[in-house]
Design a binder for this molecule. Structure first.
Ligand SMILES: [Fe+2]
Length: 353
């Protein structure tokens, strides 16, 4: 048994507390009457792991009941008990939410180096990303979750090494995360692959590409959920205009935080631009775009074609997407980056960075 597997076992049992004590609604005495709870989709609770935070069920808008204490295991029986009640969400208090993010990221960091099937590794990483995106949604971007995003991107890059080609990698993302996370992780990973195929080697540059891809759509978090989930073809002109403010909003959020490198802020602002001045929000020409934004904008555009979403119910294969970009879209992106993408799709073997 590998040492990493032992570490996972240790983490699973760490602070596991009294697992034979059944906590039911009637014995859970702690009724909390506050508004600062964050919903977490019930399927995202890793069954079998001890939870680092108290977990609640919502009874009404101002009543939450404690069902699993920090340190206890979220056993299959307990989680299923609430799934059977058709609850979609369990709740974590916002003061302790960062502990949940930290926990899932730690687990992902260990699992990624362990002897798990690659699908399982992708699931751990996307669970960590999902926890983090939930935190962005409810608490905004802050110094703590920005650092956690950096951690997750390191893990997502390790995923690349476990896959033989890009189709294999994208399929592993398709199976285990929601649309926004898949898109962010796919873009983050592909931007680094493109940078690498262009001959870039600097570790700091790679990290900026990766974090920029992961955070590029952070501005969507301040737009109405109904708008973000609406297909573009069904939006009114006003709705399209509002949707297209997301790079600017993201840039403002990142700038206000004060710790995000300027290069990453530029990626967030320019990830929907293209080389022929037909992107948004500023219709920049390629020459005016930040060099790292040129790569992320291409990765973003390509991932949009190959991953299922409300705007793309029938995703293309990577080769079809490449042809579509050339023949239908007129290849609107930076030529050097596009040539690197072609190399990746046609004959690139993933390597260590
Ligand atoms: Fe975007």
């Amino acid at each position: 048994m590998s040492s990493s597997y032992n570490i996972i076992l240790f983490l699973l049992n760490f602070c596991s507390g009294p697992t034979d004590k059944s906590i039911t609604m009637s014995t859970a005495e702690k009724l909390v009457d506050v508004n600062s709870f964050i919903p977490v989709p019930i399927q995202e609770f890793a069954v079998g792991l001890s939870t680092p935070v108290d977990i609640y069920v919502k009874l009404s808008d101002d009543k939450y009941v404690l069902i699993i204490k920090a340190g206890e295991k979220a056993t299959k029986e307990r989680v299923h008990q609430y799934q059977n009640k058709k609850l979609e969400f369990l709740y974590i208090h916002e003061d302790s939410y960062h502990l949940l993010s930290k926990h899932t990221i730690t687990i992902a960091g260990i699992a990624i180096k362990g002897d798990y099937p690659k699908k399982q590794k992708a699931k751990f990483v996307s669970q960590a990303a999902s926890t983090l995106f939930n935190e962005f949604e409810h608490m905004g971007l802050n110094a703590s979750n920005f650092r956690q995003a950096q951690e997750i991107t390191k893990n997502s890059l390790t995923l690349v090494e476990a896959h033989k080609d890009i189709l294999d990698l994208l399929e592993s993302l398709n199976g285990c995360s929601d649309e926004v996370i898949r898109h962010a992780m796919g873009t983050s990973i592909l931007a680094v692959l493109i940078g690498s195929a262009m001959g870039w080697q600097n570790a700091s540059t790679m990290e900026k590409l990766s974090v920029g891809g992961m955070l590029m759509d952070i501005g969507l978090k301040v737009l109405p959920d109904e708008l973000v989930k609406k297909p573009l073809t069904k939006m009114t002109m006003d709705e399209v205009n509002m949707y297209e403010t997301h790079p600017y909003r993201g840039m403002e959020m990142a700038t206000q935080l004060g710790i995000i490198p300027d290069d990453v802020v530029s990626i967030i602002y320019e990830h929907e631009e293209n080389a022929i001045a037909q992107g948004y929000p500023r219709r920049l020409r390629g020459i005016k775009m930040h060099p790292l934004s040129r790569v992320v904008a291409l990765a973003n555009s390509f991932i949009r074609l190959v991953i299922p979403s409300v705007n793309n119910p029938n995703p293309k294969s990577p080769k079809e997407a490449l042809n579509y970009m050339e023949d239908v879209m007129g290849q609107p992106h930076n030529p050097e980056a596009f040539n690197a993408l072609k190399i990746i799709i046609n004959n690139y073997q993933f390597q260590k960075f």
